[in-house]
Design a protein around this ligand. Structure first.
Ligand code: GDP
Length: 531
């Protein structure tokens, strides 16, 4: 093995790259802070998006997010934990940003599912689990907020198993909840770990009692000790034991109980993550080969583009997941779609919005490339090979509005803003072939507000929406270029170009779409477009 191959393999072995999925308000932001606290990156975990306190979680750095208390964009955080290096990708929590979330999940190797123990499985969790299933991503589960009155833990596990169709292997088990929350019993370590309230802002010194039969336990928690023993008997009898293979296949999830706010139990989950979650995995390509993370040849793909991350810099950053090899400052790589070599000297790493130049990076890491309009979502970079990584789609929007300027002189600015925002996937823009209209398409309604807000703050244009009769859009293709030309002529009044100049059919009604599809059997109408 070459020195480089050895170095890459050693770095791969250290890394875990994951994202957190949850229903809004389950505690994703809070858990992110505590995870970073354990990673020693934040001296004192920030107050969550406190509108009152004026402090904001480090991972929520866009103004829009602060105002609305939701995470609109993905941020990337890297931190050490024990001897390992963890990359955490933050995903937007609101369902209107599901496309962005989907793409982010293509860049991780495992996920942490956070559930509010008072509420159980909620709608957004179900949708996100569906997304993780597309790649059978291994899932860890954190049952949060046990410092409040929760539902019965057995019932919670049943619900996860029945609704989300994944087996549960409890790793820790809660003793009481709400005011009576005493701590958790760790089924693998055979120890009881005690909770103290009011320690949420630091890493706690915890008391531990070894062994379930230890009489110390009775001294410390009285009648709760006997109840715990009975429960653990039941748990051992009725639940699944942890199984590495089933975890890796996305069929079984280790479950931890705790409180993110009280910073209790988050470390148990992190221990599980570094012990069990996969090190960076390879990725499939459009060729027969799968690229393995251990390969010494550099490769990576872009899963997200973010404009104007830093108002002072006014730039666009492309987020690249490194799949194989080593990034070194100043190295040359091939931008496959353009067939061009580029030299990258100023890639960035992120600590929740703080950026730093990076000298080297390895598989599983996310680096930021400055983008001057040449990089698109889904682009592959290699050491010289011609393959492309597969599977990063665009989804057809379901909501449409016409966008209009208050000041018509700024049309060029508006178009530039919309095209840039569509490049980063914040929204989709369509320009009809036969008019000067601009149609904005979104998957969720909140995207419309975000776009107007960002057009104003980043491009200095005041735009307003008007309703428009559009039911759906389809990307159109044909292998027969003559038929496509004919279609283009005849259906001209319903055709548009999207932000990447791809031909799109804009259907006023679903019935119109069906009729058109029947009339033009040689044309394909696609619901998703692979980048
Ligand atoms: P997100 O929307 O999933 O990011 O959720 P947040 O982290 O913003 O949490 C939503 C609310 O729940 C906030 O008011 C948090 O302070 C609160 N919260 C989060 N974790 C806990 C917890 O463990 N216990 C309690 N009591 N509240 C929590």
């Amino acid at each position: 093995m070459s020195e480089l191959a050895k170095e890459v393999a050693a770095e791969v072995a250290k890394r875990r790259t994951f994202a957190i999925i949850s229903h809004p308000d389950a505690g994703k932001t809070t858990i992110t802070e505590k995870v970073l606290l354990h990673g020693q990156k934040l001296q004192k975990a920030g107050t969550v998006k406190g509108k009152k306190s004026g402090q904001h979680a480090k991972s929520d750095w866009m103004e829009m997010e602060k105002e609305r208390g939701i995470s609109v964009t993905t941020s990337v955080m890297q931190f050490p934990y024990h001897d390992e290096l963890v990359n955490l990708l933050d995903t937007p929590g609101h369902e209107d940003f599901s496309e962005d979330t989907y793409r982010t999940l293509t860049a991780v190797d495992s996920c942490l599912m956070v559930i509010d123990s008072a509420k159980g499985v909620e709608t957004r969790t179900i949708k996100l689990m569906d997304v993780t299933r597309l790649r059978d991503t291994p899932i860890l589960t954190f049952m949060n907020k046990v410092d409040r009155d929760t539902r019965d833990p057995f019932e919670l596990l049943d619900e996860v198993e029945n609704v989300l169709k994944i087996m549960c292997a409890p790793i820790t088990w809660p003793i009481g909840s709400g005011k009576n929350f005493k701590g958790v019993y760790h089924l693998i370590r055979d120890e009881t770990i005690f909770y103290k309230s009011g320690q949420g802002h630091r890493i706690q010194e915890v008391d531990i009692i070894k062994g379930l039969d230890n009489p110390e336990l009775d001294k410390r928690i009285g009648v709760w000790a006997e109840e715990l023993r009975e429960q653990i008997d039941l748990v051992r009898g009725a639940s699944n034991e942890f199984d590495q293979e089933m975890f890796m296949a996305g069929e079984l999830t280790p479950v931890f109980f705790g409180t993110a706010l009280g910073n209790f139990g988050v470390d148990h989950m992190l221990d599980g993550l570094v012990d069990w979650a996969p090190t960076p995995l390879g990725r499939e390509t459009d060729k027969a080969q799968t690229v393995s993370a251990d390969s010494p040849d550099f490769s990576g793909f872009v899963f997200k583009i973010q404009a104007n991350m830093d108002p002072k810099h006014r730039d666009r950053v492309a987020f690249m997941r490194i799949v194989s090899g080593k990034y070194e400052k100043g190295m040359k790589m091939k931008h496959v779609r353009l067939g061009k070599d580029v030299r990258i000297a100023d890639a960035l790493t992120f600590l929740a919005g703080d950026r730093a130049h990076v000298d080297e990076a390895f598989p599983g890491d996310i680096i930021g490339l400055h983008n001057h309009g040449t990089i698109q979502i889904g682009d592959t970079f290699t050491a010289g090979d011609d393959f492309k990584f597969a599977g990063i789609p665009n989804f057809a929007p379901e909501l449409f509005r016409r966008i209009r300027l208050k000041d018509p002189l700024k049309q060029k600015q508006l178009l530039k803003g919309l095209v840039q925002l569509s490049e980063e996937g914040a929204v989709q823009v369509f320009r009809p072939l036969i008019s000067n209209d601009l149609i904005v398409g979104a998957v969720g309604v909140l995207q419309f507000d975000v776009v107007v807000h960002r057009l104003k703050s980043e491009y200095n244009v005041d735009a307003i929406y008007e309703n428009i009769q559009v039911a759906t859009a389809r990307w159109v293709y044909s292998n027969d270029s003559k038929k496509l030309d004919e279609f283009r002529r005849k259906a001209e009044h319903n055709l548009a170009l999207d932000g990447g100049d791809n031909l799109t059919y804009i259907a006023p009604t679903m019935a119109n779409l069906s009729l058109t599809q029947e009339r033009y059997p040689d044309i394909e109408f696609e619901h998703t477009r692979e980048h």
